[in-house]
Design a protein around this ligand. Structure first.
Ligand code: 8YV
Length: 321
């Protein structure tokens, strides 16, 4: 009898075949209130779990007494309690590196789209409002040569810094748990206390992971420190920002614009006030969402799980002892 893996996100056939070589695989194309009981029932004798976009809480784990490894098809691990998993003897694996460049591209797409009002101006043309040569009311703001403040100089933050410094001649400030000499040498990035970064940046890009320390770190006070001409971009997690305070700052003109790929609640409710603001570019969490990268992530996550279950070492352990 083959040991069991539960898969809770749809993956390509070749990725599924990798898992099925040595394991019985029970698949769920996402888990919701209607399938949660069946999902937990299947976990009773599962040794491995792989998927994404579901909070793996204590109730689920209490239904998985034989679980040895969880492999998330994501770099973010805020859907888990890594320390609790370690206490339960469950190793947590994630997919850093494979999505770094694609997610950084999304971040820079938002910087450019918000600065040059791309979505708003595309609507202007599509709505037939382009009836004469444009004037100042259609102008955006420059990106090249401006100052970018990066909150979280990890893999994705570093890739954003490279684009900014080498591609757009931007001055790069950053705030991080610790200084990053490599980024400072390669991109002339300068470490700043958060307040100094917020006060001096034309663009602020959030790439820090969501942790108990970063939850709510950009609140009303932090927004008030930003220049009124500043643009905030968030490609990490919505809960790092006080979304109500951000909405108020954008609506009142105390902040020029925002480019957001993540939100406190996802999907973002269609009646969210953010969607009524012309100075907001809102995307449906497409950070890593290209065919190529999502395939690489699924392959990486499957290999992570197989390695962990067979006792092989893997560099992608997100809850090391
Ligand atoms: C997606 C992400 O949420 O990797 C992450 O942490 O936020 C995104 O890549 C993830 O791929 C789940 O679909």
């Amino acid at each position: 009898m083959q040991a069991k893996i539960v898969l809770y996100k749809k993956v390509a056939d070749d990725v599924l075949a990798m898992l099925q070589q040595d394991y019985q695989v029970v698949q769920f194309d996402g888990v919701d209130a209607g399938s949660r009981a069946a999902f937990m029932a299947e976990l009773q004798d599962a040794v491995g779990l792989i998927g994404a976009s579901l909070k793996i809480d204590a109730e689920i784990l209490d239904h998985a007494p034989r679980l040895k490894a969880i492999s998330t098809i994501s770099v973010g691990v805020d859907q888990f309690d890594p320390a609790d998993l370690r206490r339960r003897g469950i190793v947590l694996l994630n997919t850093p590196d494979v999505l770094t460049e694609t997610t950084a591209d999304t971040g820079f797409a938002l910087i450019l789209a918000a600065a040059r009002r791309v979505v708003e101006m595309a609507g202007y043309v599509k709505q037939g409002r382009w009836t004469h040569s444009i004037g100042e009311d259609c102008f955006g703001t420059d990106v090249q040569g401006k100052t970018l403040g990066i909150i979280g100089m990890g893999r994705i933050g570093g890739a954003i810094a490279r684009r900014a410094s080498l591609g757009f001649s931007m001055r790069v400030l950053y705030n991080n748990r610790s200084p990053d000499p490599a980024a400072e040498a390669a991109y002339a990035a300068r470490f700043c206390p958060l307040g100094q970064l917020l006060q001096n940046a034309d663009f602020i890009c959030i790439t820090a992971p969501l942790t108990p320390q970063t939850r709510g770190m950009i609140g009303k006070a932090e927004l008030a420190q930003m220049r009124s001409s500043a643009i905030l971009v968030n490609i990490s997690r919505g809960s790092i920002v006080d979304e109500a305070a951000l909405t108020e700052a954008l609506a009142s003109g105390r902040l020029r614009a925002a480019g957001l790929d993540v939100f406190e609640r996802e999907p973002l409710p269609a009646d969210s006030r953010l969607l009524s603001l012309p100075n907001v570019v809102a995307l449906p969490h497409i950070g890593s969402a290209t065919h190529e990268t999502r395939k690489r992530m699924a392959l990486c996550a499957a290999q992570n799980l197989l390695d962990a279950l067979s006792g092989k070492s893997t560099p992608n352990v997100a809850n090391p002892a």
